[in-house]
Design a protein around this ligand. Structure first.
Ligand SMILES: [Fe+2]
Length: 569
C-alpha cells in the first residue's frame, strides 16, 4: 500500500469525531494541536506550502462540538505573507524550496505547534515563530522585529524578511524566554550558514536578541533547539541540504551527512552580553544526524539527551511525478510532492554530552530491522516531566518502498542496502525507558494502509490551564496516536504506561472524514482568550526603504495588509 491518497487529496475542514471503540477516560483533558502544510499543489515540494493549524479537543462537547462528540478544527495561518499571497498569487514564484515574491518570502509556519504557557505559536525552519490566538486559532503576530534578528539571512528586496530559523525552538521555564536560532549566509571562515543563538523574552514580542557563534559556518540547518537548566544545545540536522543545482532546474547531488557538529552554549554566558556579540560554543560531533533531540532539564549529572537518529533520512529529497520507486514501479500519484521516506532503519540513542572534555558518552541504543521512519515522538513537556523523564514514546511509520525513489537509491548507492527497503513493514507505537533506551512496549499497526503520524502525551488528570498531571515523566497519562487512512481519520488513545495493550479508546469522524498531511503535534491545556503582551505589528516593519524595494503597483496590497494586521490585537 502506498501512503494514503488522502494525505494529499483531503482538504482542511472542521468536523466532529465520536468514540467508535473502547471507553473514553474521564481523566484526560486539554487538546492536541497539529501543524500542516496546506498542499495547494502549486509547489513541487508540499512541505513548503502555507501552514494551517489543526486542533483536536480531548474533551467531548467542547470547542463547539455536540455532546459526546469531539471537535476537530483547522485554520489557515493568515500571516502577512499569506495575506499578500491571497491578494497577488500571480507574483509568487514556486520553486523547490518554496515561494519567492517581490514582497519577499512568505512565512509559511507549517511545521510544528509550540504551546508556551497560555500562548500558542507555530514554527518552521525558514521563518520566525508565529503567535496564534489559542482560543480562536487566528494569526496574531510574528515574533521580533526583523532588525532585532539582525536583518534577513541573505539580502533580498521586499517587506517580508527571509529569516532562516528553527522549527523547534524551546521554551525556558526558568528564564521565561524562548531559545531559537537564526542562520546567516556567510563566506568566512567557509561559505555556508552561520548560526546565531536567539532569545525571545515572552512579554515583549517586538524584539529578540541574538549572539552569533564565532567561527562557525556549516552547510545544513538547525531543526531543533534543546536545553538543560544551564545549557542550550544546537546541532546541524545534517538531513536537509538545499541543492543549488536543483534550485536552478538541474539534478540533485547533495546528500546527508554521516556525522554532524553539536554546539553547547552556557546560558549564563549570555547574561548581560549585548545582542550581536559573538560567542564561542563548545563543539562536539555526533552520529547519525538527528532531526530531533531532547535533553533532560536537570543537568546535575551531565547533559543527558535522547537522540532520535535519522539514518539515511534525506528531507531535501521529494517525490516527483516522473519518479520510479526503489522497486522500479512508477510512483503512486498519492506520494508526489511528499518527502522521500527513510532509506534505512533509524537509531534511537541516549547520550551524555560532557562539555568539559568535549566527549559523548553513549548510555543506550535501540535499532532493529523494523525501526523505519522514526520521525515523531511524544513526551511529558511539563518542567517536572522534563526533569525526571521516565518513558519516551516513538511512532515508527514503517518501511515504505513506494516512497523511496530510484533516483534517491542511485544518489545513495553504496550507502543504501536495497534488500532492506524492498518490502513494506508495519508501523508501530513504542515506549522506551529513558536512560537505557530499552524497549518497554510496542503496539503494531498491522494494516499497511494505516499511516500513523505525530503522537502526543497528555498527562493524567491535569487541571485546566496546567501542564502537570499526576506523576510526571511520561508514563502517567495517555498517548494520543493519530492514524491517517483513506477509510477515515482515527485517533487511538493509549494508556502511556501500557502502550503494548493497545488503545483504550478510538475516535473516528462521524462521516469518516480524512485529514491531509500533518507534521508535528503538541498537547496543551485548553485556553480561552489572548494573553496581554507587547507584540510586533507588520506595519512597524514596512519602512519607506523596504516599501521602495517593491514594485509600486503592489504597494496598495501592502498597505491593506498592514491595516488589517494592526487590528489583530
Ligand atoms: Fe521536526
Amino acid at each position: 500500500m502506498p501512503t494514503p491518497h488522502s494525505l494529499v487529496s483531503a482538504t482542511h475542514t472542521d468536523f466532529e469525531l465520536e468514540v467508535v471503540a473502547g471507553t473514553w477516560p474521564t481523566d484526560v483533558g486539554g487538546e492536541v494541536v497539529f501543524s500542516s502544510p496546506q498542499n495547494s499543489r502549486t509547489l513541487p515540494y508540499a512541505i513548503f506550502d502555507h501552514g494551517a493549524i489543526c486542533r483536536l479537543s480531548l474533551e467531548a462537547g467542547t470547542r463547539g462540538a455536540a455532546a459526546e462528540r469531539f471537535a476537530w478544527q483547522s485554520r489557515v495561518i493568515q500571516s502577512p505573507g499569506k495575506r499578500l499571497f491571497d491578494r497577488h498569487p500571480e507574483v509568487f514564484a514556486s520553486g523547490t524550496i518554496g515561494y519567492l515574491s517581490p514582497f519577499g518570502p512568505p512565512n509559511c509556519s507549517n511545521t510544528a505547534p509550540l504551546p508556551w504557557g497560555n500562548r500558542l505559536y507555530t514554527t518552521w525552519d525558514a521563518g520566525r515563530p508565529v503567535e496564534l490566538n489559542p482560543d480562536t486559532l487566528e494569526f496574531v503576530a510574528e515574533v521580533g522585529h526583523a532588525d532585532t534578528w539582525g536583518g534577513s539571512s541573505m539580502e533580498m528586496p521586499g517587506v517580508l524578511p527571509f529569516l532562516f530559523s528553527s522549527a523547534h525552538p524551546v521554551a525556558d521555564p526558568q528564564r521565561h524566554c524562548l531559545w531559537t536560532v537564526k542562520l546567516d549566509l556567510v563566506f568566512e571562515p567557509t561559505p555556508g550558514m552561520r548560526p546565531s543563538l536567539v532569545r525571545y523574552d515572552r512579554d515583549d514580542g517586538t524584539s529578540v536578541r541574538f549572539w552569533p557563534l564565532e567561527g562557525v559556518s556549516f552547510g545544513g540547518s538547525i531543526h531543533t533547539i534543546s536545553q538543560t537548566r544551564d545549557w542550550v544545545i544546537l546541532s546541524d540536522s545534517g538531513n536537509f541540504k538545499a541543492d543549488s543545482a536543483e534550485m536552478m532546474g538541474g539534478e540533485r547531488t547533495a546528500t546527508t551527512d554521516d556525522e554532524v557538529p553539536v554546539w553547547l552554549i552556557r546560558k549564563d554566558a549570555l547574561e548581560g552580553l549585548a545582542s550581536g556579540t559573538p560567542i564561542k560554543p563548545v563543539q562536539l560531533m555526533m552520529s547519525p544526524p538527528a532531526g530531533h533531540y531532547y535533553a533532560r532539564w536537570d543537568d546535575t549529572d551531565g547533559i543527558s539527551v535522547v537522540w532520535e537518529g535519522m539514518d539515511l533520512m534525506d528531507l531535501g529529497l521529494y517525490m516527483r511525478p516522473d519518479d520510479h520507486d526503489v522497486n522500479g514501479n512508477p510512483v503512486d500519484p498519492g506520494v508526489v510532492g511528499l518527502y522521500n521516506m527513510a532509506m534505512a532503519p533509524e537509531t534511537l540513542t541516549e547520550i551524555v554530552f560532557d562539555p568539559e572534555t568535549g566527549t559523548v558518552l553513549e548510555q543506550g541504543r535501540f535499532k532493529q530491522d523494523w525501526t523505519f521512519n522514526l520521525q515523531l515522538s511524544a513526551m511529558d513537556w511539563s518542567t517536572e516531566g522534563l526533569s525526571k523523564p521516565t518513558l519516551h514514546h516513538v511512532t515508527y511509520q514503517g518501511c515504505r518502498p513506494g516512497s523511496i525513489s530510484a533516483r534517491a537509491a542511485r544518489l545513495y548507492e553504496g550507502r543504501i542496502d536495497l534488500d532492506q527497503v524492498r518490502e513494506e513493514t508495519p508501523g508501530a507505537l513504542c515506549s522506551f525507558d529513558r536512560g537505557s533506551m530499552e524497549l518497554k512496549a510496542r503496539w503494531e499497526y498491522a494494516n499497511l494502509s494505516d499511516h500513523i503520524t505525530s503522537p502526543a502525551f497528555a498527562p493524567r488528570g491535569s487541571a485546566p490551564g496546567r501542564y502537570e498531571g499526576g506523576t510526571p515523566g511520561g508514563h502517567d497519562g495517555y498517548v494520543v496516536q493519530p492514524v491517517c487512512s483513506d477509510d477515515g481519520f482515527r485517533v487511538d488513545l493509549f494508556d502511556a504506561a501500557r502502550v503494548g495493550d493497545g488503545p483504550v479508546a478510538t475516535l473516528a469522524g462521524t462521516k469518516r472524514e480524512c485529514v491531509p498531511l500533518v507534521l508535528h503535534s503538541a498537547w496543551m491545556p485548553a485556553f480561552h482568550g489572548l494573553a496581554d503582551a507587547q507584540r510586533l505589528r507588520f506595519s512597524d516593519e514596512v519602512t519607506a526603504e523596504r516599501l521602495a524595494s517593491v514594485p509600486e503597483e503592489l504597494h496598495s496590497a501592502i498597505h491593506e495588509v498592514a491595516r488589517e494586521c494592526d487590528e489583530l490585537f
